[in-house]
Design a protein around this ligand. Structure first.
Ligand SMILES: [Zn+2]
Length: 508
């Protein structure tokens, strides 16, 4: 998956193509004279209404190489804090003539920045409009306003289309970061290591990043931990772990395009299992905490044993598995959720079969095709919930129509129906309606357009936006293409109307 990839959809691609064809900058950085660059600062955010300072503008990250050394907390009653030091090597390409640009980084201290091999000086944040001399960096951490921005001023400045390597040395004491809903996320320190699950913008708690799904990149990892601990990240191991003087370094390589919230590097007392592959040859690597209770271990083992059959089934419905590997990280330190971290979902405490099906389905819906704006979250959670309904039907349980009917029948409060799942708000990203009304939307769509157009649409959606991002509007357009129907009214009812949909799609 190497090479240059554009950040988002057709708009940005078109702008860049114009630049390439004419040598003239885009309107955002209009030249004073034709052919002369005009250097400006990259945008502070990616433009997401829910998380305005997450992600950044002006460049496209190609690759993150993350070298981390981590010491987990000592035994209780020592504080639940780890010691972290990292070197992030980031290859990015400028999308405009850059005077300066930002990365997101929260709760860490930056020790050094080098751009193109040249060291930058650490300076205090300048006043608005003030200039800074020479290559420099400064870090603003405004917890109250949820603004965490590392600004880098390269010298020489960077021209549109130029690729540069940024090397950042950083570190700090890790704790247990909270998301906008005060739920644990990011690099969550646990007694035996760390559990790392960062949706929507928690990756900035452990590496400098353009923390928005519109800037996907490939990753490589070298994670050094005390001998005996196991570090598990996305992808596969390009070489065996090495141990020197009581420290073990674990290497992981994730060559597929990956949204930042799907990056993990969990540390713990894991048993690493590499025992099976799907029928199509996808290697499955599981990491299971050696301290699970016998009951949770039994549940987990039974669920993980279904992974090859689940991959086979979803491939038959949705097309080829989109990445080079799969598996699970099952920790016994409960943060209360699972997350579809790319190629290797994280499960806290145990992995149930329905949750494994859900997180596997996300590899197609959410990971291969990611939300272009966080308001499009139903495209992730509706599909993953619906695919788990399909797996239930496949394995002899109730049909997807019966699951829909069971969701539709009960009386619910007006509050439940009032949430528009097509724009649930930053505090509504993980509301139950996003999952259940989202899945019901897909069953209703299937009834509306018929099985053939429904599954053709699912595949066209995945092909069209593979390794990229999509919106609800793009999704509607795909199903209008495969069905030949105008679906304005349908999606208005299901995604936006703040009331219970009519009984049109209930089939007894
Ligand atoms: Zn999910």
């Amino acid at each position: 998956m190497g090479g240059m990839r554009m950040r988002i959809g057709a708009t940005v691609t078109a702008v860049v193509l114009v630049v390439a064809a004419t040598g003239v900058s885009s309107a955002a950085a209009a030249p004073d004279k034709p052919g002369q660059p005009r250097y400006t600062a990259g945008a502070v955010g990616a433009g997401d209404a829910y998380f305005p300072s997450s992600g950044n503008g002006g460049y496209d990250v190609q690759h993150y190489d993350l070298a981390v050394t981590y010491t987990p907390p000592a035994a209780a009653p020592a504080p639940l804090e780890g010691q972290f030091s990292g070197v992030a090597t980031i290859d990015l390409v400028a999308l405009q003539d850059l005077d300066r640009f930002n990365l997101d980084l929260r709760g860490m201290t930056v020790q050094s920045v080098a751009i193109g091999g040249k060291a930058a000086a650490s300076v205090a944040p300048p006043a608005p409009g003030a200039t800074v001399d020479g290559a420099a960096f400064w870090h603003v951490q405004d917890d109250a306003n949820r603004v965490w921005e590392l600004t880098i001023q390269p010298r020489p400045k960077i021209k549109t289309g130029q690729t540069v390597r940024v090397v950042i040395g950083y570190g700090g004491t890790t704790t247990r970061p909270l998301d906008i809903e005060d739920a644990l996320y990011g690099w969550v320190t646990t007694r035996d290591g760390a559990i790392v699950a960062s949706e929507p913008e928690g990756s900035m708690t452990w590496y400098p990043v353009s923390d928005h799904p519109t800037d996907k990149a490939s990753y490589s990892f070298a994670i050094t931990v005390p001998e005996g601990k196991v570090a598990v990240a996305n992808g596969t191991q390009p070489k065996p772990a090495t141990t020197t003087a009581g420290w073990t370094t674990w290497y992981w390589d994730a060559p597929d395009q990956q949204a930042s919230y799907l990056t993990t590097a969990s540390v713990g007392d894991f048993e690493l299992r590499q025992t099976y592959t799907s029928a199509s040859g996808v290697p499955i690597i599981d990491a299971v905490d050696t301290k699970l209770t016998p009951q949770r271990l039994a549940t987990t083992n039974a669920s993980l044993a279904q992974q090859p059959a689940m991959i086979d089934y979803f491939e038959s419905q949705f097309g080829p598995y989109p990445f080079g590997s799969f598996g699970a990280i099952v920790d016994n330190d409960s943060v209360g959720y699972a997350l579809e971290t790319q190629t290797r979902p994280v499960y806290s405490s145990q992995a149930s079969q329905g949750t494994v099906a859900h997180e596997l389905a996300h590899q197609w819906f959410g990971n291969s095709v990611s939300p272009e704006r966080w308001q499009d979250i139903w495209l992730n959670e509706g599909w993953a919930t619906y695919a788990a309904w399909m797996w239930t039907e496949r394995t002899g349980g109730i049909s997807t129509q019966q699951a829909y009917n069971a969701w539709y029948a009960p009386a619910r409060t007006p509050d439940y129906w009032a949430l528009p799942i097509g724009d649930p708000g930053a505090l509504g990203l993980f509301a139950t309606q996003v999952y259940n009304r989202g899945a019901a939307t897909l069953q209703a769509l299937r009834v509306e357009v018929g099985d053939e157009a429904f599954f053709a649409g699912a595949r066209l959606w995945l092909e069209r936006y593979d390794d990229s991002t999509g919106t609800s509007e793009g999704f509607q357009a795909v199903f209008e293409e495969t069905s030949g129907k105008d679906l304005d009214g349908f999606f208005q009812i299901w995604l936006r109307d703040p009331v219970k949909p009519p009984a049109t799609w209930t089939i007894p």
